[in-house]
Write a protein that binds this ligand. Structure first.
Ligand SMILES: [Zn+2]
Ligand SMILES: [Zn+2]
Length: 203
């Protein structure tokens, strides 16, 4: 059974991201699992924790409605195609993890071509091959069964805390307003991260 996300939604997701690619397809399929299991976010009801910052996250954002600005899209910089979803109303949660071979064997050729592209550029023939392989991998990702693509595992730990409204205070260095939890103190001065990271005056 291929992807069950409605065609118009897939088209809209591609427009949001800018292009169709294997990474976006992985995200669309992961979001498909989320929509089936916990539904789409209304207002901070669903939380998505993504362990990658690659293309697929755009699909998760667009399709589940979890966004960075609402505070219910959380990035962990683990470099894994793994996506956890939590529903606050009943505590249902799941972690969707791409199987190691999710992109198939031809991904090795794709990686070689990619290296060459960055180093010296590709010939027209190689460029055509690169695009054909990407299209093939993407099509396969959209056509396979969810079970072939992902392991669905229990999540570890509780859902992340809700977004809070915090007050801001001016930084004693630059005077710009900073969320108070982000201020750091040095020599009795409350500093923003940028000022804190500057060498101390007179040093
Ligand atoms: Zn992409
Ligand atoms: Zn500052």
């Amino acid at each position: 059974m291929g992807c069950r996300v409605a065609n118009e939604l897939i088209e809209a997701t591609i427009r949001f991201h800018g292009h169709m690619c294997p990474g976006l397809a992985v995200g669309i399929r992961a979001a498909e699992v989320a929509l089936r299991e916990v539904g789409r976010d209304g207002d901070e009801e669903i939380v998505a924790v993504v362990e990658t910052d690659m293309c697929g996250v755009d699909a998760v954002q667009y399709l589940t409605g979890c966004t960075f600005g609402k505070g219910n899209l959380i990035h962990l910089d683990y470099g894994k195609n793994a996506f956890s979803f939590y529903r606050r109303s009943d505590g249902k949660s799941l972690r969707v993890v791409a199987r190691p071979a999710i992109l198939g064997d031809e991904v090795k050729t794709l990686a070689e071509l990619h290296r060459k592209m960055n180093a010296e550029g590709l010939s027209e023939e190689e460029e055509g091959r690169w695009q054909a392989i990407r299209r093939k991998i993407t099509d396969e990702l959209m056509q396979k069964d969810i079970e072939e693509l992902f392991d669905v595992k229990p999540v570890q730990g509780d859902p992340p805390a809700r977004a809070r409204i915090l007050s801001s205070l001016p930084c004693d260095g630059c005077g710009e307003a900073v969320m108070e939890t982000r201020l750091r103190v040095r020599d009795d001065r409350r500093l923003c991260a940028a000022c804190f990271n500057l060498p101390p005056r007179g040093a």
